[in-house]
Design a protein around this ligand. Sequence first.
Ligand SMILES: Cc1cc2nc3c(=O)[nH]c(=O)nc-3n(C[C@H](O)[C@H](O)[C@H](O)COP(=O)(O)OP(=O)(O)OC[C@H]3O[C@@H](n4cnc5c(N)ncnc54)[C@H](O)[C@@H]3O)c2cc1C
Length: 429
Amino acid sequence: MIANEIPGIANSVWTATANPTPDFPALRGRAETDVAVIGGGYTGLSAALHLAERGVSVTLLESETPGWGASGRNGGQVNPGLKEDPDTVRVRFGVEMGERMIAMSGASGDLVADLVRRHGIDCGFAQKGWVQPIHDDAAMKTVSERVAQWTRRDAPMRLLSRDEAADILGSTAYQGAMIDERGGKLHPLNYAIGLARAARDAGAVLHSHSRVSEIRRDGAGSTIVTAEGQLSARRVLVCTNAYTGDPTPRLARTQVPVRSIQVATDPLGDDLRRSILPRGHSASDSRRLLLYFRFDDEGRFLIGGRGDYSERGVERQFAALRRAAAVIYPQLADIEWRYAWGGFVSITTDHYPHLHRLSDNAMTALGYMGRGVAMATAMGRELADWAAGTPAEELNFPVTPMRPIPFHFLRKPAVAAAVTWARFRDVWG
Ligand SMILES: Cc1cc2nc3c(=O)[nH]c(=O)nc-3n(C[C@H](O)[C@H](O)[C@H](O)COP(=O)(O)OP(=O)(O)OC[C@H]3O[C@@H](n4cnc5c(N)ncnc54)[C@H](O)[C@@H]3O)c2cc1C
């Protein structure tokens, strides 16, 4: 169970199978640091690790424990790149910045691989490739174009025919698929715990159970307030993503937290395992309301998709996921489902992650559109570079002004309407 989470979305397979989390005591009394990091998901942990590796004094404050947010609950699919394809990124951001963003996001899977290898992180990481099954003709066109644009940039991607896709997926439910060899899968909570250990071993100070209630300007720096302590810092990195709240209310209104949920079985028998994703790939399909599925290392089958805000709505969506699994894999029709959990992903209006300057000494990165395993790790490194002195213009992602979303308080009905519309288009094209 995920501690301090509402019971309806707390029964996570990752918590049940996690490595022990080191004891990072809460911040008590007064402390000083060069860089304060708020939030202990991949963004914050990667920032802390990269700063500590450069010898910068860094202290991370996490409300619960490292990986408590989306980073410890996700599908563990390491999917490089941005939601939009390279040519669109170039047009939107210009050739120079666009190419930097493309290179950085395209290499984000390799960054995860490098961190796992260098720090010996025990998270079952396997870079076998990310498979994107294609559900209809329109998606076939989009995905073919995606493959063409990335292969022009030498990315190891290719389109799979219907038969090749069926072979890799163990399902005939799709028209074809794309495979991106840069992608992979891992145990998401163990990756977060491993990053936390690596950051600590490199010299970062980490505090669990240290919810920040206020960030106060204090001369040239800031004072960060928790229930039992105060931290003075020269620079501040806010890494709270979809869980952004009280200390940065304006930032919270720049994105919409949307629930993503998953269900998982107990370990399946050998015959069933061999019939589904037989070569160990992870898959997330081409629907607007995408389905993502994979096995964990012990042979539990997991499938995830879009959730709901209300408890009853989430229950309905859990049931819909179990039905969807049986459509893709009819052999799962009578299987027992042991786990069901969820968390919040951060959605932005332009569908890009954002770097925002909160003040002259504070920066944030958020909005990974449910694709943050690789990108949050990469954006954490950008934040670390900035906090260590790299000018904002030299980062690999543009620093844009914060734009709070008008009528943000209407986000829940707006998301419900958008989900209904996306579901309609997924079915009717
Ligand atoms: C169910 C689900 C499935 C997903 N599947 C995938 C997937 O397969 N592949 C993929 O690439 N991405 C996936 N994602 C998205 C991915 O998990 C996120 O993009 C990524 O983890 C974001 O990392 P983060 O560090 O920015 O945020 P988080 O991991 O959410 O971390 C934010 C942290 O900030 C802390 N915090 C908040 N407020 C405060 C405060 N005031 N003081 C101190 N700490 C605070 C929170 O406790 C939290 O731990 C999924 C997400 C979910 C929820």
